[in-house]
Design a protein around this ligand. Structure first.
Ligand SMILES: *Cc1c(COP(=O)(O)O)cnc(C)c1O
Length: 428
């Protein structure tokens, strides 16, 4: 459920975000603009929280899904922890008032400086993805004089039945370590004075719609927990990652409560704490990308609706062939037509929809792309020197610009012209 719906507006029905008309946002803030709904984010967090009621748990929001400070601050206030994959995300969490002791640090390639910063602020756990990374963490922990809390990200070799680019728990994936290797890493960690074994984790993929792969992954993880217990290595928490899917079109993802039950059944009797790292589920349907139609171009074989947002603003359709709903902000009642909705970027891959049936739209009208809250703005670039979109948060009838539209000057801030007269030595 989300709070984007058609309501009576100035000129008939209009798409609203909570109590604010999207047309009014376009007027005030321009386009393209990401619009988030606070009530929707909070609702999704609560749904997740209730779904896990059967077992002691921590919800660590995956920052990479949407990392605006306003979103992080909101979730921190609700009591969320955070799953990060870089020091940049760590600093965002801290800037937004998140607690370091609720931060999980995932990712296949952590640099020494990132490890050091995370140790100094006192994060909850490093999710370790390789034997060499364990060595780096141990070395940095020794130098800094702090014991590093660790969990090994295992690869349970389970097919999550999702898009290949977001399947992460197969043997062929770059993520995690195989079970056997994980056991050796735990032995090594348990023997080190600079490391502290606290958990075990996995994350088998994203946009998962069934309970079975997640339950199967947990069963495999628990086999290792048992094997470790036999060796006297105790695990405190099991982190099952994120991955719960949402409805973009006609998917019917398993309800979070069903996933929560499957986890609780397995973990409850063992007295293990459950950690989850949802991203998409919390913010995916809590955001739309608002755009304006620049013009309609009728080609020989197709009609193209050219909009002022593009693949640099939301790369999901281009990168994953993702389907996201597009709809007029002010429904016109005109006849339906079949069109491609494309951006102005110089790439044939710059499209939002192909052969999409939409009511006829005209230049100057507004469109909203739904389900744009997750992996939308965070994957935006400035390709074609297009400043990144504004981000706004709606809360009832209140509208806050939570990130200004990037300025043109910001695009080349930090760049230099070559100084042809200066023949002096280089600064490096
Ligand atoms: C991306 C990611 C998540 C979040 O995935 P969603 O599908 O958005 O829930 C959680 N944990 C890890 C380690 C990730 O890489």
């Amino acid at each position: 459920m989300n709070h984007f719906e058609l309501r009576d507006g100035a000129d008939g029905l209009e798409l609203h975000a909570e109590d604010v008309a999207l047309a009014a946002i376009a007027e005030a803030c321009g386009t393209p603009t990401y619009v988030y709904s606070r009530a929707t984010i909070e609702r999704h967090y609560r749904v997740m929280d209730e779904a896990l009621g059967g077992v002691p748990n921590s919800i660590c929001y995956a920052v990479k899904a949407a990392s605006n400070l306003a979103i992080l601050g909101l979730l921190a206030k609700l009591g969320a922890g955070f799953d990060i994959v870089s020091v940049g995300e760590l600093e965002r969490v801290l800037a937004a008032g998140g607690l370091p002791e609720r931060v999980m640090f995932s990712g296949v390639g952590k640099r020494d400086d990132e490890i050091e910063r995370a140790l100094r602020v006192g994060i909850r756990c490093f999710n370790v993805e390789s034997a060499w990374e364990l060595e780096r963490i141990e070395a940095v922990a020794e130098r800094v004089g702090r014991r590093a809390p660790i969990s090994v990200r295992v690869n349970p070799d389970v097919d999550p039945q999702t898009h290949a680019y977001i399947a992460t728990g197969l043997r062929t994936s770059k993520f995690g370590v195989p079970m056997v290797e994980a056991q050796a890493m735990y032995r090594r960690a348990a023997a080190s004075p600079h490391l502290h074994v606290v958990g075990i984790d996995c994350h088998i993929g994203s946009q998962i719609t069934q309970v079975e792969p997640l339950a199967a992954a947990l069963d495999r993880v628990l086999e290792l927990v048992d094997a470790l217990a036999d060796e006297g290595i105790a695990i405190e928490h099991v982190d099952m990652g994120g991955g719960l899917g949402i409805t973009y079109k006609d998917e019917e993802p398993a309800p979070p409560a069903a996933v929560g039950r499957a986890y609780a059944e397995r973990l409850g009797p063992r007295g293990l704490e459950l950690v989850v790292e949802p991203g998409r589920l919390i913010v995916g349907n809590a955001g739309v990308l608002l755009m304006r139609v620049l013009g309609v171009k009728t080609g020989e074989a197709k009609t193209f609706v050219i909009v002022d947002a593009a693949m640099n603003d939301n790369i999901r359709p281009s990168l994953y062939g993702a389907w996201q709903q597009l709809e007029p902000v002010c429904p016109s009642g005109r006849n339906e037509t079949t069109v491609d909705v494309v951006g102005p970027i110089c790439e044939s891959g710059d499209f939002f929809a192909r052969d999409r049936v939409l009511p006829e739209v005209r230049a100057g009208e507004l469109l909203a792309m739904r389900s744009a809250g997750a992996y939308g703005f965070t994957m935006a670039s400035t390709y074609n020197s297009r400043p990144r979109a504004a981000e706004v948060m709606v809360d009832g009838s209140r509208l806050t610009v939570v990130r200004e539209r990037e300025s043109l000057r910001a695009l080349w801030a930090g760049e230099r012209l070559l100084d042809e007269d200066d023949a002096g030595p280089s600064a490096i």
